[in-house]
Design a protein around this ligand. Structure first.
Ligand SMILES: C[S@@+](CC[C@H](N)C(=O)[O-])C[C@H]1O[C@@H](n2cnc3c(N)ncnc32)[C@H](O)[C@@H]1O
Length: 347
């Protein structure tokens, strides 16, 4: 495991060497450290400091990764991600100005004090599709998920810890993510839930290939905790042809930053109504930025959720920092609202 301090950059020989067959996650972490122009993204406005690794020998190190078959890694997706990142780091050192497609590393707290490292691929920033980028409220929500598993499940039955999503359910937890984008929230949920949980990550057709790619990138992690993630198309504007049965439905519905068009509140709430189990333990867990132009949609979402028969069992506001720079070069502060909903009456 590599660690850095602000003052002392690592030497290239401190990095995991190819002949040691490091895991895909370790290689991607190192390649993230080697980024020449890291982008800020996090829960604090602190900008990253100078190079984490001394430059001497880095080009040779990157070339050793690119020329390796990486045959010990589990999936072709993981190998491609490592090669792509190593090539991108080489391109940056060749003076290439454009930010290439990248794989990013996210550290997510688990429910027992551990942390999980997720890897997500984001296509080149020239792609203008919103689901190709990871948004700040999904990062905040992913970091908050552990808290909804932390109280003993039996308390759920008495209703005294309303934000706990697991229950005395005999069967594994089933979760659905709507508008998953790059998949951070759903994959973080799978990592934190563990124990045979299944998470189905969904989005529009043009977003799903990258989403599936990201699920494949994280198989090592999910296999380790015993959960699985699947991906598929789910367009909120299209009602299912057959009404979902209780078995088809999900214990948890997740969504981050889903509202940015006037039709979205109605479509999203209708979709939740189709897919959320009619059980006391069922939960909707959402987080969204409180951006001025979209506040009416947030209000409409709340009203429609209440009309559907759901009520808020826990909520709050928090501030995150997006990775888009503001006009003055500062990181952008974004206020976000998170909420956890359950059925008001499951009789
Ligand atoms: C702002 S992005 C948020 C992505 C991700 N949840 C995040 O926070 O990083 C909104 C997502 O909603 C998806 N979306 C928009 N309209 C949709 C619809 N009608 N059905 C399904 N997904 C939709 C977009 O494709 C996009 O991935």
């Amino acid at each position: 495991m590599i660690s850095t301090t602000d003052d002392e950059p690592l030497h290239v020989l401190d990095l995991p060497q190819i002949h040691e067959k490091p895991s895909g996650t370790d290689l991607l972490k190192v390649l993230a450290l080697l980024t020449l122009q890291p982008r800020a993204f996090g829960t604090s406005a602190k900008l990253p400091k100078g190079p984490a690794v001394q430059p001497a020998g880095v080009t040779r190190y990157l070339t050793s990764i690119i020329s390796s078959p990486l045959s010990w890694l589990d999936t072709e997706e993981l190998r491609e991600a490592v090669w792509d990142n190593a090539s991108a780091r080489l391109s940056e050192r060749s003076g290439r100005a454009a930010m290439p497609a990248m794989s990013r590393i996210f550290e997510i707290p688990g429910s027992s004090g551990e942390s999980h490292t997720l890897t997500l691929h984001e296509p080149s920033l020239t792609a203008d599709n919103l689901g190709m980028k990871t948004w700040v409220s999904s990062y905040l929500l992913a970091r908050r998920l552990h808290s909804i598993f932390e109280s003993p499940p039996e308390l759920v039955e008495t209703g005294t810890t309303p934000n706990v999503v697991s229950s005395k359910n005999e069967s594994p937890l089933r979760a659905l993510e709507l508008g998953a984008g790059t998949g951070l929230v759903g994959l973080a949920f799978a990592a934190v839930a563990g124990k045979s949980a299944t998470v189905h990550l969904t989005d529009l057709p043009e977003i799903v290939p990258n989403l599936a790619h990201n699920a494949a990138l994280n198989v090592e992690l999910l296999r380790g905790v015993g959960s699985t993630a699947t991906t598929g198309i789910l367009d909120w504007s299209v009602a299912p042809t057959l009404t979902p049965t209780a078995e088809d439905q999900f214990d948890v519905v997740l969504a981050a930053d889903p509202l940015y068009s006037p039709s979205h509140p109605a479509w999203l709430v209708q979709t939740i109504g189709f897919w959320l189990r009619r059980k006391k333990h069922a939960r909707v867990v959402v987080e969204m930025p409180l951006r001025g132009p979209y506040l009416p949609q947030v209000r409409e979402f709340r009203e429609r959720m209440t009309e559907l028969g759901l009520s808020i069992v826990d909520e709050g506001e928090e501030v995150g920092y997006d990775d888009w720079e503001g006009a003055d070069g500062d990181v952008l502060e974004v206020k976000c609202w998170w909420s956890i909903w359950g059925w008001s009456n499951t009789a």
